[in-house]
Design a protein around this ligand. Structure first.
Ligand code: ZN
Length: 103
C-alpha cells in the first residue's frame, strides 16, 4: 500500500476518533448539576467515560503522529530505534509508529 492510501485511511480513522471523542465529552455531565447521591452514581459513570476518553485521546495522538510521519517522509520507521517497521505490522496497525521491540 502506498503512503497516500495509508494517509487516507488514517485521516478517515482520525475523523472517526474525533467524532467519538466529542460524543464522549458531550456525554460527561457538568459537575454540581445534581444532588450528591445522584452525583456519586453519575461520577462513577463519568470515570468510565473519562478513561474511554483518555484511550480515544491516546489513539488520536497516535494517528496524528502517523499522519505527521507520512507528511515528513518518515513513515514506516520506528520512532525509537529508526529501523523499518515490518510491512505486516503496518498492514495490521497502519498507525504503528514503533517496531515490535520498542512497543
Ligand atoms: Zn524500534
Amino acid at each position: 500500500m502506498n503512503h497516500k492510501a495509508v494517509r487516507a485511511i488514517l485521516q478517515a480513522q482520525l475523523d472517526e476518533l474525533l467524532i467519538r471523542a466529542q460524543e464522549i465529552e458531550g456525554a460527561l455531565c457538568p459537575p454540581g448539576s445534581r444532588d450528591w447521591e445522584e452525583n456519586a452514581i453519575e461520577s462513577e459513570d463519568d470515570e468510565v467515560l473519562t478513561s474511554v476518553s483518555d484511550t480515544t485521546r491516546g489513539e488520536i495522538a497516535e494517528v496524528q503522529l502517523a499522519i505527521h510521519l507520512i507528511d515528513t517522509g518518515r513513515y514506516g520507521k520506528c520512532t525509537i530505534c529508526h529501523t523499518a517497521i515490518l510491512p505486516e505490522r503496518l498492514a495490521a496497525i497502519p498507525y504503528a509508529t514503533r517496531c515490535m521491540d520498542c512497543v
